[in-house]
Design a protein around this ligand. Structure first.
Ligand SMILES: *Cc1c(COP(=O)(O)O)cnc(C)c1O
Length: 447
């Protein structure tokens, strides 16, 4: 048996210059260079006025791809959620259902609109919001649901849409990780009342920095999104400088739009290549006992933004080892072999220090009249906790279509690590392990 790199053996996956090019993300070609230079040389830098044509071309192309009537480009994915909520007309102090497992922006953007996040546990198979748990969390104060298509898999939208209809809730998609994925034949961005995408450089549709897109079929929501991204103005020509609502500035620059348009040109082809690479990689990992690979229900397609891999001690044959300890040891072994698996979100959102303290907006929205005092506990969401405890993620490496060969070597490294699984499990049995959120909650309680 080949010795593990963790114990002084040879590292299995080494990355040379050719590999580095195959793993680069975003991919920058002459198309992007020329498009960005054309904006710089043409002087069309602002997103309204001189650069408006570039920005509105991106908006029209994305609306067409998604299959909706309207798209507005904004400064980031987080800004996209904020202006979407502002445009949807939710009231300060109202509750919004947010999955307990997501990126913190999914919860902090609603707070910036003075909404109170009510966290809902996720489904243990899909990692997206559990529609039954969502229904159980609705109160008379609830006005919105944020459906986060986590890691690229669309949420189970049919029951969420039904819940939104019955309880008169605004259904907002957080599609920051799920460009191009579909649910029952409809693409993300067209599955709710309004949707937020991120164009951040690490996402599946990247720009050269920060950006976001808001899609909707509702003309009135779109008009309000546009106002909320730019000082409350309608930006008539000539500009009349009349501000109709109190709003900040969340516009996208023409340079970012030009770069993103080039990425969109090749997006479907890259997504198809990624689908092949990821399916091949996951099919090999699925052969390893006790490794749970992401699944995609038949009624959906997956954007594969991130690959989450769970360790199941029972299926691995070590039922007495704590899942968190097992994951920690396997994570170390895999990283030593050169596979950059890492934890993504070490705490459920309610366990974030920010939600333990509520600091940021002077105690609001929880100080608004009638709003109950915050009581956020990670342990209230056992599936989110278990998933965080027993899983690692592979990020970025699989995004580039040229990563085929590196992914094959990563699969080899998994197999190598698995051939040592008994020794690793024995080691895990001796490790003392406490989840991060318990450490955070203790630290905040002792402040
Ligand atoms: C990245 C991300 C965001 C925020 O997007 P930014 O462009 O980084 O502001 C929001 N939600 C989810 C699920 C994300 O992954």
């Amino acid at each position: 048996m080949e010795r593990l790199a963790m114990f002084g053996g040879e590292r299995h996956v080494t990355v040379d210059d050719a590999d580095r090019a195959a793993l680069a993300w975003p991919i920058v070609t002459d198309a992007e260079r020329q498009a960005v230079l054309a904006v710089l040389d043409g002087g069309g830098l602002t997103s309204v006025g001189s650069g408006a044509a570039t920005v509105s071309a991106l908006e029209a192309e994305w609306a067409d791809y998604v299959g909706v009537g309207h798209c507005a480009a904004v400064a980031s994915g987080t800004a996209a959620i904020e202006v979407a909520l502002a445009a949807a007309g939710v009231s300060p102090g109202a509750e919004i259902l947010v999955p307990a497992l997501s990126f913190v922006g999914s919860a902090s953007a609603p707070v910036a609109r003075l909404l109170v996040p009510v966290f809902v546990d996720v489904d243990p198979r899909t990692y997206t919001i559990d529609p039954l748990a969502a229904a159980a969390a609705v109160t008379p104060r609830t006005e919105a649901v944020l459906a986060v298509h986590l890691h690229g898999l669309p949420c189970d939208m049919a029951p969420l849409r039904e819940l939104a209809r019955q309880r008169d809730l605004v259904l907002v998609e957080d599609a920051a990780q799920a460009h191009g994925a579909s649910y029952r034949g409809t693409r993300t961005g067209a599955l709710g009342d309004v949707a937020a995408f991120s164009l951040n450089a690490v996402k599946n549709l990247p720009t050269c920095g920060e950006g976001g897109l808001v899609t909707t079929d509702d003309e009135d929501i779109h008009r309000k999104v546009v106002r909320h991204r730019q000082f409350g103005e309608d930006m008539s020509t000539p500009r009349d400088y009349l501000s109709h609502v109190l709003a900040g500035n969340a516009k996208l620059s023409a340079v970012q739009a030009a770069f993103a348009r080039c990425q969109l040109d090749v997006f479907p082809a890259r997504q198809a290549a990624r689908e092949r690479n990821v399916r091949e990689f996951l099919a090999r990992l699925a052969e390893l006992p006790g490794l749970v690979v992401p699944s995609c229900p038949d009624d959906r397609t997956h954007a594969w933004h991130m690959l989450r891999l769970r360790f199941d001690p029972v299926a691995l044959g070590f039922p007495d080892v704590a899942p968190g300890a097992l994951r920690t040891v396997f994570q170390r072994a895999l990283r030593a072999e050169g596979v950059p698996v890492q934890q993504y979100q070490p705490v459920p959102l309610p366990g974030q220090p920010a939600f333990q303290t509520g600091e940021g907006f002077g105690g609001y929205p929880w100080r608004l009249p009638g709003v109950p005092a915050p009581r956020y506990r990670a342990d209230d969401h056992p599936h989110a906790c278990a998933i965080i405890d027993d899983s690692v993620t592979l990020q970025h490496w699989h995004l580039n279509p040229a990563a085929t060969d590196v992914l094959r070597r990563c699969a080899d490294a998994f197999e190598k690590v698995w051939s040592h699984r008994a020794a690793l499990a024995a080691l895990a049995a001796k490790v003392s392990y406490q989840p991060m959120w318990q450490r955070v909650e203790r630290a905040e309680a002792n402040r």
